[in-house]
Ligand binder design. Structure first.
Ligand code: NAP
Length: 468
């Protein structure tokens, strides 16, 4: 009897319920093998960055969850929410219960700038701001003071575009999205009128995508400001633009913004390039950012890097959002490359000092780093699952000691805190949608784990109470 036969299903735990976890589950389901997949998440709700990261005004992107619903609907799939790896289940539990585990935990932390003043009040990692306006339970207690005139966003990636858009657009446009209520209230009271986006390299090296850049230009009541002089390219950048569709389109859009007359709109998003923050200035809280002008030089690997000129200026502001990338966090008992923030792997097989770690696999941002769009995770997860299946066929996976799924379940949940199921999530989903209906929004999220669990308990109690 082979692993993957009907009598001996391939049992896999997936840690993390974001896109890469779901695509790994889907690829397992489509493998033709008999599979039993248990997906774990530390939150009671699934979907990772699709729920906690995608901007509230990007509703279309979130509709990808319909595909995840179909994956979850199959008998081979179970969801265990409110279960944290390392706290509620650990490495040894998984070894007892599964043939293999796939870590798909994403990149939970934020990269730091490593400059003076980074921790002043009013200087925040942009991913925390994103989590806050999306009602992620990790960030509901954060407070963002929006009572200043100017915010500075460091970095020119798509997270920078998201936070610039959220800060600059009319809160009334956001009221009809699934934005967290606390964020909507704060944005309604915001006095920020000038959002300054800073790129350390030139416009040709911007990391944002044309679609996101174009979206800014369509915001009502917002002027986009670019100094045309900043768009003049050095020869190496000009050559880069020749070969990159994205860079060419970005430059075309920035050029069009630079040529647009100011309409006198109340809110402004301005871009400045070739400047690095060298200090966040303030006395207790942020009052400005010291920027140093850069030149571009070609480095050994052919990429264009910054070279500081020594010329600095301070720009006043009351809020700094550092949108310089996410960073993966280490998992207990799992190898980790701290600098890159990833789990070392070869085609999804975890390796420790060059040796494959039996039964352990990785997918998504924690495998390759925080790059790409949601769809990038599909081939990424497929590669991992192919490695896993090849190893299972060769008998090079764990041998679970629990003979059946119910036995595994009985062992795992003995003496452990309550977990949520996919049906629980669907109940929460319905409740959030009903709460949204009342205010003309697609949903109003529960933002605290305790509120989610209380609402579930109440709904179940109501359902089991005999009708009078
Ligand atoms: P990102 O795309 O890697 O952009 C990071 C930006 O920070 C770059 O401009 C980078 O400049 C800059 N940076 C890094 N270190 C810096 C430093 N020390 N000083 C100044 N600037 C610094 O990261 P992200 O914006 O967090 O996005 C993560 C991923 O999610 C990306 O793949 C993104 O496309 C995706 N995403 C997509 C969407 C969407 O599809 N709508 C929305 C959000 C995020 P250099 O290039 O010079 O390093």
């Amino acid at each position: 009897m082979q692993i993957g036969d009907a009598e001996r299903p391939l049992r896999v735990a997936i840690i993390g319920s974001g896109p890469s976890g779901f695509y790994a589950a889907e690829h397992l389901q489509q493998s033709g093998l008999a599979v039993e997949i248990d997906m774990y998440d530390r939150l009671p709700t699934p979907f990772g960055l699709v729920r906690g990261g995608v901007a509230p005004d990007h509703d279309k992107i979130k509709s990808v969850t319909r595909i995840y619903d179909k994956i979850a609907d199959r008998d081979s799939f179970r969801f265990f929410g409110n279960v944290e790896f390392g706290r509620d289940v650990d490495h040894d539990d998984l070894r007892d219960l599964y043939h293999a585990v796939i870590y798909a935990t994403g990149s939970r932390k934020s990269r730091r700038l490593g400059i003076a003043g980074e921790d002043l009040v009013g200087s925040h990692p942009a991913p925390a701001f994103v989590g806050w306006y999306n009602g992620h339970p990790d960030f509901v207690r954060w407070s963002f003071d929006l009572s200043c005139e100017r915010a500075i966003i460091v970095g020119v990636g798509n997270v920078a575009m998201d936070v610039a858009r959220i800060l600059a657009q009319s809160p009334e446009a956001l009221a009809t999205t699934d934005i967290a209520e606390h964020a909507l209230d704060a944005l309604r009271a915001s006095t920020i009128r000038h959002v300054l986006v800073i790129g350390r390299r030139g416009p040709a090296q911007s990391a944002f995508t044309p679609k996101e850049l174009k979206e800014l230009g369509a915001l009502e009541g917002v002027d986009i400001v670019v100094d045309p002089a900043e768009l003049l390219l050095d020869p190496a950048s000009a050559a880069e633009v020749e070969t990159s569709d994205r860079a060419r389109k970005n430059l075309e859009l920035l050029t069009a913004y630079g040529a647009r007359p100011r309409s006198g709109a109340e809110r402004v998003i301005e871009f400045r390039f070739l400047r690095s923050p060298v200090e966040i200035v303030g006395n207790g809280s942020v009052t400005g950012v010291r920027l140093e002008r850069n030149e571009l030089v070609t480095s050994g690997d052919g990429s264009l890097r910054t070279k500081a000129t020594g010329e600095t200026e301070i720009i006043d502001c009351g809020l700094v959002l550092r949108a310089v990338g996410y960073l993966g966090a280490a998992l207990p008992g799992v190898p980790f490359e701290a600098r890159a923030g990833v789990i070392p792997n070869v085609a999804g097989r975890i390796v420790d000092r060059g040796e494959q770690v039996t039964g352990e696999y990785v997918a998504g941002w924690i495998k390759r780093g925080p790059t790409g769009i949601i769809g990038t995770n599909k081939p990424d997860a497929a590669e991992t699952v192919e490695s896993l299946i090849a190893d299972a066929r060769a008998g090079k996976v764990w041998e679970p000691t629990a003979a059946t799924r119910p036995e595994a379940e009985a062992r795992l949940w003995h003496n452990r805190p309550a977990h949520t199921t996919y049906a629980d999530w669907q109940l929460l989903d319905e409740m959030e949608k009903r709460r949204g209906e009342a205010v003309g929004a697609p949903r109003r999220k529960f933002t605290r784990v305790s509120d989610m669990l209380d609402a579930l308990a109440e709904a179940k109690e109501g359902a089991s109470r005999p009708a009078r």
